[in-house]
Write a protein that binds this ligand. Structure first.
Ligand SMILES: [Zn+2]
Length: 343
């Protein structure tokens, strides 16, 4: 009865979860609460300072933290801890405490999926709690004791550009210490390949998705948000085509449970916000985004203004599920303007 049985047997833990604890997790969609119950029963990690953090064991050496801002994923092993995103600044101490409850291993790497404050806000505190792998060189040409020799922070180049720009509000010790600009970056830690896919001009101009190949988990960042329509930040270089391309990359990378579809197995995808997903969930989300993009494009081709397109409700059928607050308005507007900018 242990940990492995639970971690590998998603189907088993879902059955157990249905038994008694669901009422603890009313605010969350069904899938999410089931996983959260598992976390509660296994880790009992309720860090002080934030009672809303949940630690979900997804694999024997892979965990998700929900409730700290954007979703966080972390991998644990003999090399130390690799953390994808660090949540909001206000929750950083609680994130460190949550990781500490799982493992005493040092935090070695932080990988950021964008420059958003709810994903990089905890960088400084989480990095400081860790220790770089590099003894002679802290990466990016800085000495190991620079910034106290904390964990390395890895991102696409644009994240550093955003965070280090005047008025960004991010302190020097939260900035990435290693950046890349090629389509794929990889590291090999804790016995598995970790691929980082740069997603240009998607949610912003600085997005990345992180694929843990052996754990079979992808941390998607805000190109995929199950709580709402995707946020396309045009002012920071986002575009609808890039979001669709990123979702397609997720679909192409993930593998569902086939041919035995009754098994609740396959690649797990952690969205930027919302519940843990599988490939089928991403396919549905990609289709939804594509359908709305096509509708907006067709209306625009008819010569409609932005106001007229909004009036025509191109997001109909999806607004109840994804359109909370200003999400529908923001999304339709971003799609329209994004298409306008393309030839
Ligand atoms: Zn976010």
């Amino acid at each position: 009865m242990g940990y492995h049985e639970y971690a590998f047997g998603k189907y088993a833990f879902k059955r157990q979860a249905r038994m008694s604890h669901q009422h603890y997790w009313k605010p969350y969609p069904a899938k999410f609460c089931l996983a959260a119950v598992l976390a509660l029963s296994l880790v009992r990690a309720q860090p002080s300072g934030n009672n809303n953090l949940e630690v979900l064991p997804l694999r024997p050496n892979f965990y998700m933290i929900a409730g700290a801002g954007g979703n966080i994923g972390f991998q644990v092993g003999a090399d130390g801890v690799v953390v994808v995103d660090t949540g909001s600044a206000a929750n950083a101490d609680a994130v460190v405490a949550a990781i500490r409850k799982v493992t005493p291993q040092p935090i070695r790497y932080i990988i950021n999926t964008s420059a958003d404050a709810d994903h990089v806000g905890g960088n400084a505190i989480v990095a400081k709690a860790g220790q770089t792998l590099f003894t002679g060189n802290g990466g990016a040409g800085v000495a190991a004791d620079f910034l106290g020799g904390g964990a390395s922070i890895l991102s696409v180049e644009e994240v550093l550009t955003r965070m280090s720009s005047a008025g960004s509000g991010f302190a020097l010790n939260s900035w990435p210490s290693e950046t890349f600009n090629q389509p794929r970056k990889y590291v090999y830690l804790n016995g598995e390949g970790i691929e980082i896919f740069r997603q240009p001009v998607a949610h912003t101009d600085g997005d990345a998705m992180v694929f843990f190949r052996r754990s079979d988990v992808i941390v998607a960042g805000d190109v995929f948000d199950t709580t709402r329509f995707p946020v396309i930040d045009l002012a920071r270089g986002g575009s609808i085509q890039g979001v669709i391309a990123a979702l397609q990359k997720l679909v192409d990378t993930a593998i569902p449970s086939v041919p035995i579809v009754s098994r609740d197995e396959g690649t797990l995808i952690i969205p930027g916000h919302g519940h843990i997903c599988d490939q089928v969930d991403v396919v549905e989300y990609r289709d939804m985004v594509t359908i709305i993009r096509d509708r907006v494009r067709d209306l625009k081709k008819q010569g409609m203004s932005l106001a007229q397109v909004k009036e025509a409700a191109p997001a109909r059928g999806y607004m109840k599920r994804y359109g909370a607050g200003s999400a529908t308005n923001d999304f339709v507007e971003a799609v329209y303007k994004s298409l306008s900018e393309k030839p």
